[in-house]
Design a protein around this ligand. Structure first.
Ligand code: NAP
Ligand code: GCO
Length: 267
């Protein structure tokens, strides 16, 4: 009997997967038998660092390319290059993302737009470039990396929350528009994950104490800890595999229970 969680014979493009969450999803895909991991980064130096990370992890079935996911012509050209170098794209993970933590009334329009462009417009650009082949094959998996901010707001992350909230609805709309082609589009909503993106929120204070936000998140997470990026691998394998063929338009929150929890009560 076939293993429904196997990714054998499949090619997966994970955007921005030089390190962090995307890189850990790639490692999980390798563990599930993926044929080829494809990733991209915004410049040659970053790409080389990414390739070094894969080499250090012992992953050889990987192809990396320079591509800024906000540049539509570059994305379309990369899809053609991938078809030439690797073959078809069976699984797309829209992982690349940025955040700018600035009070909204102080945020410049260009900063707001930059976050929207990477975190919301780029998943539209990349998905639109990959959908035609999935439609032709009548099979495909798209996974959008959403966020707690797809559901909740907080100070200083207005652009990010607007983008990730939009990404949740883009996920649902791709499901609605392309489900008849046997294409499943789902989201993963990570909680607070220890990666470079959240490093500023975990920095030790000059007096050696934990960052106030660090303590805040630990109190908001039932498990009482930050999550490790490797903990996103299993949920991603599920949503990339045939085990989830009947799951569509869903955002799977991998948050350690944050969304279910009012927060640790005062001692
Ligand atoms: P990260 O450590 O900052 O890594 C983000 C990756 O995206 C980097 O490789 C970065 O490349 C790449 N990237 C950024 N802009 C790009 C562009 N225009 N074109 C191509 N690549 C680009 O972030 P992370 O923590 O792994 O997060 C990955 C995804 O999960 C993001 O969408 C983030 O919003 C989301 N997320 C993170 C958390 C968390 O707690 N960490 C929680 C929920 C959701 P460079 O190295 O060149 O900058
Ligand atoms: C922040 C964090 C969060 C996480 C993640 C939570 O500043 O609040 O960066 O946005 O990155 O998106 O799910």
């Amino acid at each position: 009997m076939n293993n429904p969680f196997s990714l054998e014979g499949k090619n997966a493009w994970i955007t921005g997967a030089s390190y962090g969450i995307g890189f850990n999803i790639a490692k999980a895909f390798v563990g599930a038998g993926i044929k080829t991991i494809i990733f991209n980064d915004i410049n040659e130096a970053a790409l080389e660092r990414g390739l070094a990370n894969y080499k250090e992890a012992g992953i050889t079935n990987v192809k990396g390319y320079v591509c800024d996911v906000t540049r539509e012509d570059d994305v379309k050209a990369l899809v053609e290059t991938i078809h030439r170098d690797v073959g078809q794209i069976d699984i797309l993970v829209n992982n690349a993302g940025i955040i700018k933590r600035i009070p909204m009334h102080e945020m410049k329009r260009a900063d707001f737009q930059a976050v929207i462009d990477v975190d919301l417009v780029a998943p539209y650009i990349v998905s639109s470039a990959v959908l035609p082949e999935m439609m032709e094959r009548r099979e495909g998996k798209i996974i959008n990396i959403c966020s707690m901010m797809s559901e909740l707001g907080r100070e200083t992350v207005s652009a990010y929350a607007a983008a990730k909230g939009g990404l949740k609805m883009l996920t649902r709309n791709i499901c609605s528009e392309y489900g008849s082609y046997n294409i499943q589009c789902n989201g993963i909503g990570p909680g607070y994950i220890a990666t470079p993106q959240t490093a500023p929120l975990r920095e030790r204070q000059p007096d050696g104490k934990r960052h106030p936000f660090d303590s805040f998140i630990v109190a908001k997470t039932p498990a009482g800890r930050w999550l490790d990026p490797s903990e996103l691998g299993g949920p991603a394998v599920f949503l990339a595999s045939h085990a989830s063929d009947a799951v569509n338009g869903h955002v799977l929150y991998v948050d350690g229970g944050i969304l279910a929890y009012i927060g640790k009560q005062p001692e």
